[in-house]
Design a binder for this molecule. Sequence first.
Ligand code: ADP
Ligand code: ZN
Length: 817
Amino acid sequence: MSTSQPLPRFADIIFPTAVRQPFTYQIPENLQDEIKVGLRVWVPFQRRKSIGVVVNLHSDTPDFNTRDVEQILDDKPILSPEMMKLTKWIHRFYYCGWGEVIQAALPAGLNFYSEKYILIKNHPGDEQLDNKDANIIEEVAKKESYLLKEAKKRWSAAAIDRLQKRGYLEVREEPELKVAPSTSRLWEWTPEGEQEKVLELINRHREEDKMYKWVEALELLHMLGLPEFQKNLTRHELLDSYTLNRIADEGLISAREVESTDISFKYEYDPSALKKLNDEQEMALVEIKSSLDKEEFANYLLFGITGSGKTEVYIHALREVLDKGKGGLVLVPEIGLTPQIVKRFYQIFGDDIAVLHSRLTVREKYDAWRSLQKGEKRIAIGARSAVFAPVQNLGLIIVDEEHDASYKQEDPAPRYHARDVAIMRGTINDAAVVMGSATPSMVSLYGAKKGKSKLLSLTKRPLDAKLPKVKVLDLKQYRSAMQGPVAVPLYEKIKEAVDKNEQAILLYNRRGYASFLQCETCGHIPECPNCSVSLTFHKSKRQLRCHYCGYAARRPEVCGECGKADLEAMGSGTQQLEEQISDIFPEVRLLRMDFDTTSGRDAHADILAKFARKEADILVGTQIVGKGLDFPDVTVVGVINADTELAFPTFRAGERMYQLLSQVAGRSGRADKEGKVYFQTWQADHPALMAAKNHDYKEFARRELAFRKTLKYPPYSRIIRFVFKGKREQRVQRVARVFTETLIEQVGGFDSVLGPSPSAVSKVQKFYRWETLLKIDPSNGAGAIEHLLDNTFSDYEHRKPDKTSSVRINVNVDALE
Ligand code: ADP
Ligand code: ZN
């Protein structure tokens, strides 16, 4: 007889749904000693079979019938005990399904993702089938199994169905990815393709008027630069594979297959390029090192003006971590995943780096994941979801540009904030967390003031580059001195620059999805009397509404500030600006960059590369241009509408405006030529704008925190937003009312509940949206949130007016938007 504990008879299992409770299954005897927490299993779920993850084992017989676990799918848990803890915390704090978190955290092949395959069940005699069906059976039999979706594509869904019904084929679902490691075709210059020679060849063809297609393509290759993957090259119309091969026939370029996660061909590895830190940087590093030595959790806020060398500090700290035999994780905003930052890390760490970005194929992501898990790569760098990367023996997490809104996932669930998840991960892993920013979020700044993190400051630029001079152009004064959308001084400056063969960037802040009213005479935007946020204009009802508290008013006829009947609906008009600019500068070459022109991620880099090659004189772009302002020949940067952010119906408007403007003000002026920055605005004396102009974060933060404190906005509260969505507006409204009443009872008073009211965007794709905001004390953590919401939902369950649940209720903890 063994004296060990009796084997568990039941397993609690989760699925990737919003359901927050696990489901209990019975463990058949033959699986009892194999089953472990963190393993995937194959179980009957609803009316089909599904992959689930085991989160708990026990022997408490439940008072309902259970079904059996059918199969165990992994040898080893797919989540380490630390990652189980982390994902569970997210499930509780952000109030979503645990399975939803795991689904988002792990790549396909390691999560609930499964593929359906068909295989032969019964070999029919030939006489029973017509030619087509016989052919299908033959082809499937050739392979061991056949991907269902490919089979459907190749033959037809109906044919596969028929054969399945007749019992010849069977469909099986499996979690593994049965795809070969992916390789990609990489094009490089041959020794023949020396760039001077290439240029000569192009010029000769041009002189002889023989610009064949392949020569034009060659010119483009010369500009784009090799080596590059074929899949990236063929995005350009001119560079189809036929033409590439045609150039290869000339002996100028050649191709080879490399693993598509391999980035070594792109960057130079030269660890000797590690810079010597200056005193401020060294002081910051010494602090970080002290907690690395202690191997315990510590949180740092590295506040350094742009160009002060934060990245250099990250690199040194990572070096220390690797020397201790540990690993590091670097989070950057998606938009920041430009080759530039990867290049700097690659230079020092070479193939120790795994880059995780949204353009990776399923297979590439899986491979990157595995290489981290096996410890082949010790550093992961990536955007939001990289916070889950399985870096082994994690010692350090860096969150660059910690204030960036892209760290918050808004939709769908899990609606997590990667910075806050990083802090929790650091806590669980005894790792140091360094958050860097030139414009720290109010939440992080307040955290530092309260001693939750330690503030490290970098106040100087190592290369002694000057901060540019910022000039504010008050639109009220330039009303009769405008050239289209730009005030005359800016117009003159752009003209001057272009004449001197320099470049200009014009930034217009576009927040297309909510509309608002603005006075064309004085620039005033109507605000909610209760909430200090701008009111949203609902055109169909001719109403102004506050989407926080529900305050509503008829559309006013005249401006509340200056009394003129000059109120206009604003909020869109994207290409319009580009057209206006090309009207006033007809000779000038324009490039536009906004969410429409950059749907593919490379498009973003392509546009910037074009601009850097001086293929355009003016770059017109939305706020996404913000990070790419480092061009040596750009001497003018203008923000067309520096205050549009204020129209956005959120208390964070001032913070957003400050971040955007100070980024603009901080980016240029690094080069030797002196740059000038212009802010055009209706609100020339707005404190956030003034602070950005003066490069004065402290002044901005002082005022902003005072404002937040008065109205109890974060960091003085934690905001939970409930969104009610459905196709019938009345139902949505009724659900919102009843739920909100329930919530008010649970929190014991109206004080902290705002709403319900229609969302700023009150209808999306036929779904009406209402919302309610709850403000709670920021000290409330996962336990308190879970408790409150569990009670609210279970109480609501008894009184809900919508028995069919046709109205969805989403919970967004720490909502940003
Ligand atoms: P940030 O990340 O704060 O914007 P970076 O790390 O990119 O700043 O530094 C700005 C520039 O200064 C970069 O070109 C970087 O190489 C350079 N730099 C940073 N630290 C040093 C240093 N200690 N010595 C020399 N150059 C430095
Ligand atoms: Zn209000």
